[in-house]
Design a protein around this ligand. Structure first.
Ligand code: SAH
Ligand code: SF4
Length: 369
C-alpha cells in the first residue's frame, strides 16, 4: 500500500524511514519539505539522495484533500471547501488579525453529539477525518496563503473548532496536533493551538496526558438542567465532573486557564440569573469566558441575543472579576461567519450517493494569542 505521508506524525515518519533503511534525520528533512515548504513532489526535494527520492516515489505520496471552493471576504477572512471523499466535504477558515492568522480546523464530517443550537450536530455523524485530512487543512491553508499576493501571512494559530468533536477522534487528532507543534513541521507553540470540546471528559484526560494544548470548553449553560438540553453529552458528563476534569487538565496545560465558550441564545441562557450562576461556576476553575452570539441556520429553534442583552451579561461577569470577550462575527459576506459555513455531508438516512448542502456552524474565534 502507498503511504500518505500527511498521515505520519514525526515519530511515525521516523519508524517508516527505519523500515526503508533510512536514518531519522532523513525523516526530519522530509517533514520540513512537506510541512514547511509545502512540497508534495519528492522529485523536487533537492537535498535528498536520488535513491531516497526514488524509494519514496515507489512507497509514498503526499495527498491533501482537494480544494473545491475558495472564497475571500473583504476583511480578509478566507474559507476553503475541501472534498475528502465522494460524499464528504469539510471547511477550513482562515481569519487574519493584527499580528496573527488563525485557522479554524475540522476534525469530523458531521458530529454525533447533537447540541441543540449546532447545525453540524443536526446533520448527524458521517465519519472521523484521518490525520492527513486534518493536517491537510493546515497544509493547504499555508500553501494557498503563500501564493496569495499582498499581506496574507502564514497560519500562526490553530483552533480545532470546525466541524466535529475533536476529543471523539483523538486517534487521528493527536498525530495532527503533534505535527502542528513539531519544530520540523509547523512549529506552533502549545499556547497557539486550541482544542475545543463540548466536554468529553475521558478525551480531556487523554489529551492532557498525551498532548496538552490550550483548551476551550463549550459550556453554554450554568446548570445541568439547561445544559442537558443544549449540550446532550452533559447527561453523561455533568458540569461538576466537567469542572473537575478542567482542573485536572490545567495541571498540564500550556496556559493557566480554560476558555469557556458560551453561545448567547435569546431568552434561553442569556438572562441575569444565568450570568450570576455562571460567575459561581467560573469561581471553581481558572477561566476566561468567550460569549458567542448565536448564528442562526435554517430551521434553527433559537435566536441570537440582542447586543444590549449580551452587553449586560458580559457586564455582570466582568464586575465579578472575570475576563470576558465577545466574539466578533467575521466573514459574513462569504458565509464564513459563525453559523454560516456549509460543507457537503452525505445523507446518512438515505445513504444516497448524492450530496446535499449542510450548514456548518463555525465559531470564528478571538482566543488570546
Ligand atoms: N465540537 C467542539 C468543537 C466544534 S464546535 C465543541 O462543541 O466545542 C465549536 C464551537 O462553536 C463550540 O463552542 C460550539 O458550541 C459553537 N457553536 C455551535 N453552533 C453554534 C451556533 N449556531 N452559533 C454560535 N456558535 C456555535
Ligand atoms: Fe458537535 Fe460541537 Fe456541534 Fe456539539 S457544538 S454538535 S459537539 S460540533
Amino acid at each position: 500500500m502507498i503511504a500518505n505521508l500527511l498521515d505520519f506524525d514525526p515519530a511515525a515518519l521516523e519508524r517508516l524511514f527505519a523500515q526503508l533503511g533510512e536514518k531519522p534525520f532523513r525523516a526530519r528533512q522530509v517533514l520540513r519539505w512537506i510541512h514547511q515548504r509545502g512540497e508534495a513532489d519528492f522529485a523536487r526535494m533537492s537535498d535528498l539522495a536520488k535513491s531516497l527520492r526514488d524509494k519514496l516515489r515507489e512507497a509514498a505520496r503526499v495527498a491533501a484533500p482537494a480544494v473545491v471552493g475558495d472564497s475571500v471576504a473583504a476583511d480578509g477572512t478566507r474559507k476553503w471547501l475541501l472534498q475528502v471523499d465522494g460524499t464528504n466535504a469539510v471547511e477550513a477558515v482562515y481569519i487574519p488579525e493584527a499580528g496573527r492568522g488563525t485557522l479554524c480546523v475540522s476534525s469530523q464530517a458531521g458530529c454525533m453529539l447533537d447540541c441543540a443550537f449546532c447545525s453540524t450536530g443536526k446533520q448527524g455523524f458521517n465519519r472521523n477525518l484521518s490525520t492527513a485530512e486534518i493536517i491537510g487543512q493546515l497544509w493547504i491553508a499555508n500553501r494557498e496563503l503563500r501564493r496569495a499576493p499582498g499581506r496574507a501571512r502564514a497560519v500562526t494559530n490553530v483552533v480545532m473548532m470546525g466541524m466535529g468533536e475533536p476529543l471523539l477522534n483523538l486517534e487521528q487528532v493527536i498525530p495532527a496536533l503533534r505535527l502542528m507543534l513539531d519544530d520540523h513541521a509547523y512549529g506552533l507553540s502549545r499556547r497557539r493551538v486550541t482544542v475545543s470540546t463540548s466536554g468529553v471528559i475521558p478525551g480531556m484526560d487523554r489529551l492532557r496526558d498525551e498532548c496538552p494544548v490550550a483548551l476551550a470548553v463549550s459550556l453554554h449553560a450554568p446548570d445541568d438542567a439547561l445544559r442537558d438540553r443544549l449540550v446532550p453529552v452533559n447527561r453523561k458528563y455533568p458540569i461538576r465532573e466537567l469542572l473537575a476534569a478542567c482542573r485536572r487538565y490545567l495541571e498540564e496545560a500550556p496556559r493557566d486557564f480554560v476558555t469557556f465558550e458560551y453561545v448567547m441564545l435569546e431568552g434561553v441562557n442569556d438572562g441575569e440569573q444565568c450570568a450570576h450562576d455562571l460567575v459561581a461556576i467560573a469561581a471553581q476553575v481558572p477561566c476566561k469566558i468567550n460569549l458567542i452570539p448565536f448564528n442562526p441556520f435554517p430551521k434553527a429553534a433559537f435566536r441570537r441575543s440582542e447586543p444590549a442583552r449580551i452587553r449586560r451579561f458580559a457586564e455582570i461577569l466582568q464586575r465579578a472579576g472575570i475576563t470576558v470577550t465577545t466574539r466578533k462575527t467575521r466573514g459574513d459576506a462569504i458565509d464564513a461567519a459563525c453559523g454560516q459555513l456549509a460543507g457537503d455531508v452525505a445523507d446518512r438516512t438515505r445513504r444516497s450517493r448524492s450530496t446535499r448542502p449542510a450548514r456548518k456552524v463555525h465559531p470564528l474565534t478571538e482566543l488570546p494569542a
